[in-house]
Design a protein around this ligand. Structure first.
Ligand code: TXD
Length: 311
Protein backbone atom coordinates (compact mmCIF):
# COMPACT_ATOMS: atom_id res chain seq x y z
CA UNK A 1 0.00 0.00 0.00
CA UNK A 2 1.18 3.50 -0.76
CA UNK A 3 2.65 5.55 2.08
CA UNK A 4 0.65 8.50 3.29
CA UNK A 5 1.78 11.87 1.99
CA UNK A 6 3.93 14.00 4.25
CA UNK A 7 3.42 17.73 4.55
CA UNK A 8 5.74 20.01 6.47
CA UNK A 9 4.57 23.44 7.54
CA UNK A 10 7.31 25.80 8.68
CA UNK A 11 6.09 28.53 11.02
CA UNK A 12 3.42 27.37 13.45
CA UNK A 13 1.91 30.83 13.84
CA UNK A 14 -1.50 31.93 12.62
CA UNK A 15 -1.16 30.87 8.98
CA UNK A 16 0.91 27.75 9.68
CA UNK A 17 -1.26 26.34 12.44
CA UNK A 18 -4.48 27.07 10.57
CA UNK A 19 -3.04 25.44 7.43
CA UNK A 20 -2.28 22.36 9.55
CA UNK A 21 -5.91 22.38 10.68
CA UNK A 22 -7.30 22.53 7.13
CA UNK A 23 -4.83 19.91 5.86
CA UNK A 24 -5.56 17.52 8.72
CA UNK A 25 -9.31 17.84 8.36
CA UNK A 26 -8.96 17.12 4.62
CA UNK A 27 -6.74 14.10 5.40
CA UNK A 28 -4.10 15.30 2.97
CA UNK A 29 -1.42 13.33 4.79
CA UNK A 30 0.75 13.37 7.88
CA UNK A 31 1.82 16.77 9.07
CA UNK A 32 4.99 18.14 10.65
CA UNK A 33 4.75 21.63 12.15
CA UNK A 34 8.10 23.38 12.66
CA UNK A 35 8.81 26.59 14.52
CA UNK A 36 11.74 28.20 16.32
CA UNK A 37 9.68 28.78 19.47
CA UNK A 38 10.22 25.89 21.85
CA UNK A 39 7.13 23.92 22.86
CA UNK A 40 4.66 25.92 20.76
CA UNK A 41 4.62 23.72 17.62
CA UNK A 42 4.64 20.64 19.86
CA UNK A 43 1.65 21.98 21.80
CA UNK A 44 -0.34 22.98 18.74
CA UNK A 45 0.50 19.71 16.99
CA UNK A 46 -0.67 17.65 19.96
CA UNK A 47 -3.83 19.70 20.35
CA UNK A 48 -4.67 19.19 16.66
CA UNK A 49 -3.92 15.47 16.91
CA UNK A 50 -6.38 15.30 19.79
CA UNK A 51 -9.05 16.92 17.59
CA UNK A 52 -8.88 13.92 15.24
CA UNK A 53 -11.35 11.73 17.15
CA UNK A 54 -13.87 14.60 17.16
CA UNK A 55 -13.29 15.88 13.61
CA UNK A 56 -12.96 12.27 12.45
CA UNK A 57 -9.69 12.60 10.59
CA UNK A 58 -6.71 10.33 10.58
CA UNK A 59 -3.42 12.15 10.42
CA UNK A 60 -0.18 11.92 12.33
CA UNK A 61 0.64 15.44 13.45
CA UNK A 62 3.95 16.29 15.01
CA UNK A 63 5.20 19.65 16.24
CA UNK A 64 8.94 20.11 16.46
CA UNK A 65 11.91 22.48 16.48
CA UNK A 66 14.05 19.93 14.68
CA UNK A 67 14.14 19.62 10.89
CA UNK A 68 15.14 15.94 11.07
CA UNK A 69 11.43 15.23 11.62
CA UNK A 70 10.61 16.83 8.26
CA UNK A 71 12.68 14.34 6.25
CA UNK A 72 11.11 13.07 3.05
CA UNK A 73 8.27 15.60 2.88
CA UNK A 74 6.31 15.74 -0.37
CA UNK A 75 5.15 19.32 0.11
CA UNK A 76 6.58 22.04 2.37
CA UNK A 77 4.57 25.17 3.15
CA UNK A 78 6.82 28.00 4.35
CA UNK A 79 4.99 30.51 6.54
CA UNK A 80 7.91 31.47 8.81
CA UNK A 81 8.47 35.17 9.30
CA UNK A 82 6.95 38.30 10.68
CA UNK A 83 3.43 39.38 9.75
CA UNK A 84 2.32 42.96 9.14
CA UNK A 85 1.05 45.33 11.79
CA UNK A 86 -0.93 48.52 11.07
CA UNK A 87 1.21 51.06 9.24
CA UNK A 88 3.51 48.42 7.73
CA UNK A 89 3.67 47.51 4.07
CA UNK A 90 4.54 43.99 2.94
CA UNK A 91 7.85 45.37 1.76
CA UNK A 92 8.72 46.55 5.28
CA UNK A 93 9.07 42.88 6.19
CA UNK A 94 11.52 42.16 3.41
CA UNK A 95 14.99 42.04 5.00
CA UNK A 96 13.84 40.38 8.22
CA UNK A 97 11.84 37.71 6.44
CA UNK A 98 14.57 37.05 3.85
CA UNK A 99 16.86 36.37 6.82
CA UNK A 100 14.33 33.78 8.01
CA UNK A 101 13.26 32.19 4.70
CA UNK A 102 16.84 31.56 3.51
CA UNK A 103 17.99 29.37 6.45
CA UNK A 104 14.57 27.69 6.61
CA UNK A 105 14.90 26.74 2.93
CA UNK A 106 18.43 25.40 3.51
CA UNK A 107 17.15 23.08 6.23
CA UNK A 108 14.21 21.95 4.14
CA UNK A 109 16.39 21.14 1.13
CA UNK A 110 18.76 19.16 3.33
CA UNK A 111 16.01 16.84 4.52
CA UNK A 112 13.50 16.91 1.63
CA UNK A 113 15.43 17.35 -1.62
CA UNK A 114 12.45 16.27 -3.73
CA UNK A 115 9.74 18.39 -2.09
CA UNK A 116 7.57 21.01 -3.74
CA UNK A 117 7.91 24.30 -1.83
CA UNK A 118 4.85 26.49 -1.33
CA UNK A 119 6.01 29.88 -0.09
CA UNK A 120 3.62 32.06 1.91
CA UNK A 121 5.88 34.48 3.84
CA UNK A 122 5.75 38.12 2.79
CA UNK A 123 6.62 40.01 0.70
CA UNK A 124 5.47 36.94 -1.15
CA UNK A 125 7.00 37.22 -4.60
CA UNK A 126 10.39 38.22 -3.18
CA UNK A 127 10.38 35.43 -0.57
CA UNK A 128 9.51 32.90 -3.28
CA UNK A 129 12.56 34.17 -5.15
CA UNK A 130 14.70 33.76 -2.01
CA UNK A 131 13.46 30.17 -1.62
CA UNK A 132 14.09 29.48 -5.29
CA UNK A 133 17.65 30.81 -5.31
CA UNK A 134 18.50 29.13 -1.99
CA UNK A 135 16.99 25.74 -2.85
CA UNK A 136 18.25 25.67 -6.44
CA UNK A 137 15.12 23.61 -7.14
CA UNK A 138 13.78 23.60 -10.71
CA UNK A 139 11.17 26.27 -11.19
CA UNK A 140 8.26 23.85 -11.18
CA UNK A 141 9.01 23.00 -7.54
CA UNK A 142 8.92 26.49 -5.99
CA UNK A 143 5.58 28.23 -6.06
CA UNK A 144 4.22 31.21 -4.15
CA UNK A 145 0.74 31.56 -2.64
CA UNK A 146 -0.99 34.88 -3.28
CA UNK A 147 -3.23 34.75 -6.33
CA UNK A 148 -5.68 32.24 -4.86
CA UNK A 149 -6.10 34.47 -1.81
CA UNK A 150 -6.44 37.68 -3.80
CA UNK A 151 -8.87 35.93 -6.16
CA UNK A 152 -10.86 34.53 -3.23
CA UNK A 153 -11.25 38.02 -1.80
CA UNK A 154 -12.37 39.32 -5.19
CA UNK A 155 -14.82 36.41 -5.54
CA UNK A 156 -16.20 36.89 -2.03
CA UNK A 157 -16.89 40.59 -2.63
CA UNK A 158 -18.49 39.88 -6.03
CA UNK A 159 -20.73 37.17 -4.56
CA UNK A 160 -21.82 39.54 -1.82
CA UNK A 161 -22.62 42.34 -4.27
CA UNK A 162 -24.38 40.13 -6.85
CA UNK A 163 -26.15 38.17 -4.09
CA UNK A 164 -25.19 34.81 -5.57
CA UNK A 165 -23.19 31.85 -4.30
CA UNK A 166 -19.40 32.21 -4.07
CA UNK A 167 -19.26 28.78 -5.69
CA UNK A 168 -20.35 30.23 -9.02
CA UNK A 169 -17.83 33.05 -9.27
CA UNK A 170 -14.79 32.42 -11.47
CA UNK A 171 -12.14 35.09 -11.49
CA UNK A 172 -8.45 35.69 -11.96
CA UNK A 173 -6.16 38.06 -10.12
CA UNK A 174 -2.65 38.24 -11.56
CA UNK A 175 0.54 40.13 -10.80
CA UNK A 176 2.58 40.58 -7.64
CA UNK A 177 0.99 40.27 -4.22
CA UNK A 178 0.87 43.95 -3.49
CA UNK A 179 -0.73 47.20 -4.41
CA UNK A 180 -0.06 46.55 -8.09
CA UNK A 181 -1.94 43.25 -8.31
CA UNK A 182 -4.05 42.92 -11.45
CA UNK A 183 -7.65 41.69 -11.02
CA UNK A 184 -8.92 40.76 -14.50
CA UNK A 185 -12.51 41.82 -14.97
CA UNK A 186 -12.36 40.39 -18.49
CA UNK A 187 -11.82 36.90 -16.99
CA UNK A 188 -14.48 37.23 -14.29
CA UNK A 189 -17.75 35.38 -14.79
CA UNK A 190 -20.69 34.15 -12.78
CA UNK A 191 -21.28 30.62 -14.07
CA UNK A 192 -19.76 31.65 -17.38
CA UNK A 193 -21.82 34.86 -17.69
CA UNK A 194 -19.69 38.04 -17.77
CA UNK A 195 -19.70 39.70 -14.36
CA UNK A 196 -20.60 43.01 -16.01
CA UNK A 197 -24.10 41.56 -16.59
CA UNK A 198 -24.57 41.56 -12.80
CA UNK A 199 -22.51 44.47 -11.47
CA UNK A 200 -21.96 47.92 -12.96
CA UNK A 201 -18.49 49.13 -13.97
CA UNK A 202 -18.22 51.68 -11.18
CA UNK A 203 -19.09 49.20 -8.45
CA UNK A 204 -16.69 46.69 -10.00
CA UNK A 205 -13.88 49.24 -9.82
CA UNK A 206 -14.64 49.70 -6.12
CA UNK A 207 -14.49 45.92 -5.64
CA UNK A 208 -11.15 45.81 -7.46
CA UNK A 209 -9.79 48.46 -5.10
CA UNK A 210 -11.14 46.67 -2.03
CA UNK A 211 -9.43 43.50 -3.29
CA UNK A 212 -6.12 45.35 -3.62
CA UNK A 213 -6.56 46.61 -0.07
CA UNK A 214 -7.88 43.26 1.17
CA UNK A 215 -4.81 42.50 3.27
CA UNK A 216 -4.57 45.87 4.98
CA UNK A 217 -8.34 45.92 5.69
CA UNK A 218 -7.82 42.89 7.91
CA UNK A 219 -4.52 44.12 9.39
CA UNK A 220 -6.30 47.31 10.48
CA UNK A 221 -9.09 45.32 12.12
CA UNK A 222 -6.87 42.76 13.86
CA UNK A 223 -4.17 45.29 14.82
CA UNK A 224 -1.83 42.56 16.08
CA UNK A 225 -1.28 40.54 12.93
CA UNK A 226 -2.58 39.79 9.46
CA UNK A 227 -5.14 37.54 7.80
CA UNK A 228 -4.80 33.80 8.22
CA UNK A 229 -7.99 31.82 7.56
CA UNK A 230 -8.18 32.54 3.83
CA UNK A 231 -4.37 32.57 3.34
CA UNK A 232 -3.99 29.16 4.97
CA UNK A 233 -6.95 27.73 3.05
CA UNK A 234 -5.31 28.94 -0.18
CA UNK A 235 -1.95 27.35 0.63
CA UNK A 236 -3.68 24.07 1.45
CA UNK A 237 -5.67 24.17 -1.79
CA UNK A 238 -2.33 24.32 -3.61
CA UNK A 239 -0.97 21.42 -1.54
CA UNK A 240 -4.09 19.38 -2.30
CA UNK A 241 -3.81 19.96 -6.04
CA UNK A 242 -0.17 18.85 -5.96
CA UNK A 243 -0.59 15.84 -3.68
CA UNK A 244 -3.67 14.53 -5.47
CA UNK A 245 -2.29 15.50 -8.90
CA UNK A 246 -5.56 17.32 -9.55
CA UNK A 247 -4.01 19.65 -12.15
CA UNK A 248 -6.15 22.55 -11.04
CA UNK A 249 -5.74 25.84 -12.87
CA UNK A 250 -4.88 28.29 -10.12
CA UNK A 251 -3.29 31.72 -9.97
CA UNK A 252 0.07 31.27 -8.23
CA UNK A 253 3.37 33.10 -8.08
CA UNK A 254 5.82 31.40 -10.44
CA UNK A 255 9.33 32.15 -11.67
CA UNK A 256 8.78 33.51 -15.16
CA UNK A 257 11.15 32.81 -18.01
CA UNK A 258 9.83 34.86 -20.89
CA UNK A 259 6.11 34.29 -20.27
CA UNK A 260 4.21 37.57 -20.66
CA UNK A 261 7.55 39.08 -21.73
CA UNK A 262 8.79 38.82 -18.11
CA UNK A 263 11.90 36.96 -16.92
CA UNK A 264 13.82 36.24 -13.73
CA UNK A 265 11.08 37.29 -11.35
CA UNK A 266 8.20 35.63 -9.48
CA UNK A 267 4.82 36.95 -10.49
CA UNK A 268 1.23 35.80 -10.13
CA UNK A 269 0.03 33.93 -13.23
CA UNK A 270 -2.36 31.04 -13.89
CA UNK A 271 -0.60 27.70 -13.62
CA UNK A 272 -1.57 24.04 -13.75
CA UNK A 273 -0.69 22.56 -10.35
CA UNK A 274 -0.24 18.82 -10.08
CA UNK A 275 2.25 16.13 -9.11
CA UNK A 276 5.72 17.67 -9.06
CA UNK A 277 4.37 21.22 -8.75
CA UNK A 278 3.82 23.53 -11.70
CA UNK A 279 2.92 21.51 -14.78
CA UNK A 280 2.48 24.51 -17.03
CA UNK A 281 2.33 28.28 -16.91
CA UNK A 282 -0.66 29.52 -18.87
CA UNK A 283 -0.37 32.67 -20.94
CA UNK A 284 -3.79 34.33 -21.05
CA UNK A 285 -4.34 36.78 -23.88
CA UNK A 286 -4.49 40.10 -22.04
CA UNK A 287 -5.77 43.52 -22.99
CA UNK A 288 -2.88 45.95 -23.56
CA UNK A 289 -3.61 47.79 -20.30
CA UNK A 290 -3.77 44.50 -18.36
CA UNK A 291 -0.42 43.38 -19.80
CA UNK A 292 1.11 46.75 -18.95
CA UNK A 293 -0.20 46.46 -15.37
CA UNK A 294 1.22 42.92 -15.07
CA UNK A 295 4.65 44.07 -16.31
CA UNK A 296 4.60 47.05 -13.94
CA UNK A 297 3.76 44.69 -11.08
CA UNK A 298 6.69 42.41 -12.07
CA UNK A 299 8.99 45.45 -12.24
CA UNK A 300 8.03 46.35 -8.66
CA UNK A 301 8.99 42.85 -7.53
CA UNK A 302 12.27 43.09 -9.45
CA UNK A 303 13.11 46.40 -7.79
CA UNK A 304 12.58 44.78 -4.38
CA UNK A 305 14.69 41.75 -5.25
CA UNK A 306 17.45 44.20 -6.18
CA UNK A 307 17.37 45.63 -2.65
CA UNK A 308 18.30 42.24 -1.20
CA UNK A 309 21.76 40.76 -1.18
CA UNK A 310 20.89 37.39 -2.68
CA UNK A 311 21.88 35.65 -5.85
O1 TXD B 1 -0.83 36.03 0.70
C1 TXD B 1 0.13 35.75 1.37
N1 TXD B 1 1.18 35.21 0.80
C2 TXD B 1 0.13 35.98 2.83
C3 TXD B 1 1.39 36.08 3.51
C4 TXD B 1 -1.08 36.04 3.56
C5 TXD B 1 -1.05 36.08 4.93
C6 TXD B 1 0.18 36.09 5.69
N2 TXD B 1 1.35 36.27 4.89
C7 TXD B 1 2.66 36.22 5.53
O2 TXD B 1 2.87 34.92 6.09
C8 TXD B 1 2.84 37.15 6.70
O3 TXD B 1 3.11 38.46 6.25
C9 TXD B 1 4.04 36.52 7.36
O4 TXD B 1 5.24 36.87 6.71
C10 TXD B 1 3.78 35.02 7.18
C11 TXD B 1 3.21 34.33 8.41
O5 TXD B 1 2.06 35.01 8.85
P1 TXD B 1 1.38 34.59 10.24
O6 TXD B 1 0.14 35.40 10.37
O7 TXD B 1 1.30 33.12 10.38
O8 TXD B 1 2.47 35.14 11.27
P2 TXD B 1 2.73 34.66 12.77
O9 TXD B 1 1.45 34.24 13.41
O10 TXD B 1 3.56 35.71 13.40
O11 TXD B 1 3.59 33.33 12.59
C12 TXD B 1 4.89 33.33 12.06
C13 TXD B 1 5.63 32.20 12.74
C14 TXD B 1 5.84 32.44 14.24
O12 TXD B 1 5.30 31.37 14.99
C15 TXD B 1 7.36 32.49 14.38
O13 TXD B 1 7.84 31.95 15.60
C16 TXD B 1 7.79 31.66 13.18
O14 TXD B 1 6.93 32.07 12.13
N3 TXD B 1 9.18 31.82 12.81
C17 TXD B 1 9.95 30.79 12.41
N4 TXD B 1 9.66 29.50 12.23
C18 TXD B 1 10.67 28.69 11.83
N5 TXD B 1 11.91 29.15 11.57
C19 TXD B 1 12.23 30.44 11.72
N6 TXD B 1 13.47 30.86 11.46
C20 TXD B 1 11.23 31.33 12.16
N7 TXD B 1 11.21 32.66 12.43
C21 TXD B 1 9.95 32.94 12.82
Amino acid sequence: MAERHKITIVGAGNVGATAAHWAASMELGDIVLVDVVEGMPQGKGLDLLEAGPIGLFDARIEGTNDYAATAGSDVVIITAGLARKPGMSRDDLMKTNAGIVKPVTEQIVRYSPDAVLIVVSNPLDVMAYVASVTSKFPRNRVVGMAGILDTARFRAFIAEEAKVSVEDIQALVLGGHGDSMVPLISCTTISGIPVTEFIGREKLEQIVQRTRDGGIEIVNLLKTGSAYYAPSAAAVQMAESILKNKRRVLPCSALLDGEYGISGVFCGVPVILGAGGIGKIIEVPLLPEELAALRKSADDVKTNIGKLDIS
